[in-house]
Design a protein around this ligand. Sequence first.
Ligand code: ZN
Length: 496
Amino acid sequence: MRGSIWAVASILGASVANAQNLPQASSPWYQQAQEALQERLANQPNTKRAKNVILFVADGNGVGTNYASRLFAGQQQGGLGDDYVQPFEAFPNVALIKTYSTNGQTPDSAPTASAMNSGIKTKNDLINVTENVAVSDCAAGLENGVRTFAEIAAEQGKSVGVVSTARITHATPAAVYARTANRDWEDNSDIPEGCAQPDIAVQLLDQMKNGVVDVAMGGGRRHFLPQDATDAEGQPGRRTDGRDLVQEARDAGAQVVFASDDFAALQASGNAPILGLFESSHMQYEADRSGEPSLAEMTATTINALSANDQGFYMMVEAGRVDHANHGGNLYRTVTDGKAFADAVASAIELTNPEDTLIIVTADHEHAIAFNGYCGRGSSITGLCRQIDEAGTEALAEPALGDDGKPYTVAGYLNGPGSVMQEQADGTWSGSRPEVSADEAEGRDYMQQALVPTSSETHSGEDVALFARGPWAHLFGGVMEQNEIFSVMNYAIKGQ
Ligand SMILES: [Zn+2]
């Protein structure tokens, strides 16, 4: 018995001694890993009460889409891409999140954003009402609402902000402040006759008036204006109840801004309440953006405005259009919006202190995106898969080929408008893969090849990642249900 303990001790001793003299110890890979180990050893859990909570959601940015954004950002900097680290990827705590809804193996953004903002899973298309409600059941929706994290934070004296590049009445941002039996009830014209449920735009105004929401910025002017009015860009409103919610917000003391120039003035004197409505519908894709603030600018301005409150704040920031570009089968706009999202997180990292601010970076769901081939390093993430160089590091110029002799892109979609299947004159569907050149594949408007034809590429039900830093961030880990995100936020602002 005693002898075997000595034997174990001497084996351990030998392995420790060998670690100092490993032939790989001079490799930069080995050294990088040693440094990362030291950082992990130095990490201490922060058990202080969270003064501020910032929830970043890139809509439709699951593990796969996030991978594409990482490579894009790294390649834009002139690197091969794989080794690039997005700002939130350096956070110490990571979990995988299960995104299904109560009736959807594949969810939409309404139940997923509700899960994060109120701690329950519910049905697709429902926002902050329980799964007992059938979609569009107005009466049941009114009776089965739940309390949101924004309301809890406001009750504790905190300020609340919501920022999105989508319409501010769209499902994800709406989950910060609204309860509804149908995510499409963005203004009164969408609501069935006799239904007493206020539309989502009215609910935002009400939550600003009653002091729950202090800053809201995004698109969606049309849902705030009457149909006989036009906005600053000549687009008509959609309300049929004659209400001008923009004027009502001003009357209630809010600063209302519509474009980059008013926004610049706001950055100088950004006192809440603030309502920013920068487009009639969704804000522009980052790749096309002009005359509108970036997601990073909206994030920084909102943090500055909310920081005036000594009690702290809760803020949700959504990169809404990562999702829309994926739906369009267009990886270029997906990853340029993914980069804009990472820039917004970077600005929050810079403007806050990890001692008192919990930052959570996640997605609501993934898409039907997939990655092809044994591509060599440096193959453009939006372009063709190139062959591995067996004698070197960077990919050869020659594309990898399918058995049909044609090149293929690194990324593709299982369904979407880029489908290779086309409807024929006789109503049947058939197709074959078109030839694609490297230049074509890297075009801004290129749609990656897809299999199943759908006019809008779909979400998928696979896990998304969550990255966290700050107070109680260490409670995130392992594989979690999406509604547990609320529980951690709610615990973090109460502390022990
Ligand atoms: Zn979507």
